[in-house]
Design a protein around this ligand. Sequence first.
Ligand SMILES: [Zn+2]
Ligand SMILES: [Zn+2]
Length: 329
Amino acid sequence: MEFLETLYNEIVGFFNFNGLIEIIETDNYKALLTQDGIGKALGPLIPVLLLVEIIRALFYRRLTFTQYKISFFTYVFNRFISRFISIGMVGLCIAFFEPYAIFKTEFTWYWFIYGYVVWEFAHFIYHFLGHKVRLFWCLHSTHHAPEYMNLSVTYTHFFLEGPYADIIRTTICILLGVNPPLLFLIMFIDGTWGAFIHIGENIMVDARLGFLNKIILTPSHHRVHHAKNPLYMDTNFCNLLNIWDKAFGTLQDEKHEEAIEYGITRPMKSGDFLDAYFGEITLLLKDVYQAPTLKDKVLYIFMPPGWHHSGNHKTATIVKKEYFDSVKG
Ligand SMILES: [Zn+2]
Ligand SMILES: [Zn+2]
């Protein structure tokens, strides 16, 4: 019975129904006009959309467990770990860094715009380092391991990636004066959008969203981000606003003539959870162990994935350069 109760709680928890049930049970519909109430009402949006995605795939007989396998086991494993540890980095960073904020902002629309721009910058930094520093790639690569795109990918993260992202994003935002209530609102909007951009081809074949593709980052842009094609590698690091990708030259539209191939470039055991979750860490440990000098050992940890002590690098930058040279030549 205890198992069934746990399962029930897990399902209700996954679908984020708790807040909505509370509003209905207490008849407190006025709460829907508050930020907290809107959050509770929208909580089930992405999980329900994921369910619709799976049902549609079933209906069109396109559903295979392989498409959800890595995500499913990652989710279950992370839930298991979270029973033992939960790391609340956001609260810690706010408490620690708020006294050092360069100035104070208020909860107004213009500071909201400022806050969002700063948040996207902080997100860009966390995400860029997640691709360019081998240690952080170990935390981020689990998210890139699935060879399909669907909403379950949004739940596919190494358990330490959240705290790592939170430290960088919260610290930058707080130091640059974004006040906590504003930060939580931005985190909620960006979190919802950040989940939605993983919508799969089973619901949305072309995810460019028309003219929106020109002004914001759409699911199509995020599909490009998850691609291992040289043209698409290491592009579209932002979430919603594309300003920082524009500023740093990493914005890439989805090209009709270049079909997306999802996944990571190293040889992987297809659909293997352990490889998706621990594969990069194992390889890094091996490289560090085998590196001939102490300097090389350290460099393996901090240089981009693909860096090799022999000088025979296969980093994304080099792979991309070779690709562009071959297209030109
Ligand atoms: Zn990424
Ligand atoms: Zn993603």
